[in-house]
Design a protein around this ligand. Sequence first.
Ligand code: ADP
Length: 261
Amino acid sequence: AEGVLREAQKMQAIGQLTGGIAHDFNNLLQVILGNLEFIRAKLDGDARLQTRIERASWAAQRGATLTGQLLAFARKQPLAPSAIDLAATMPDLIPLLRRTLGETIDVRYVETVGLWPAMADAAQLESAVLNLALNARDAMPGGGRLTIELGNKVLDDDYVRRHAETVPGDYAMVAVSDTGHGMTPDIVKRVFEPFFTTKPDGKGTGLGLAMVFGFVKQSGGHVKIYSEPGEGTTVKLYLPRAVGAAAATGQRSGSPLDLPR
Ligand code: ADP
């Protein structure tokens, strides 16, 4: 039974992974197709170049069809979004994180009063946070501090213009910060790529952040990474604020500011 379960988890992981990647990949293909079309219109009468453009177009179209199939496959791996009261569910995770990360890592938890409920799959959110915490641990071999911080965030038009890939609106934020070795900008650029890892000896799969990205994208959210070599890393997950009837069941009025360790 364990094998079957693991297989199911693996399928779900692949589904999420492909969901997030296919979504962005499709956007890139649309850019290629649009530009090919533009060039084709300018190529009056050069038959050989026309043929080349048509071949490139055909390949990009074929790519778009394949990513469409991947997205369809990804959607078969059901996410079960509901309104999550983060202030109620996140504290439960902290003891598990303390046990997993060991004594050399100081785990802190910070939340603000009146947190908005998040619309997401609760089990997937938990595994995303765990993934981030394990990366943080690996970045702090000599010990350090891990901070989980919850907050509300309005992503306005200006933010969206600068960072793209999301829509303006209200988001619940889950931030995971460490005081580890950090990353250079070159590495930050690549961390969402599936199978990208810098961990030696087969220690890494390179799937952790790709899965986190896939999950957040499929939830209609946004991921932002801040990292400074030698200083540490912060990964911020923005999940859409749950509204309406769904939110009413998940909402909780104020809560203490900072849960002691
Ligand atoms: P894996 O952990 O298996 O390598 P991930 O996709 O989770 O795969 O991470 C990819 C890479 O991103 C890591 O190998 C590491 O180089 C970098 N990385 C991720 N999280 C952190 C972090 N908190 N601090 C420093 N580097 C990180």
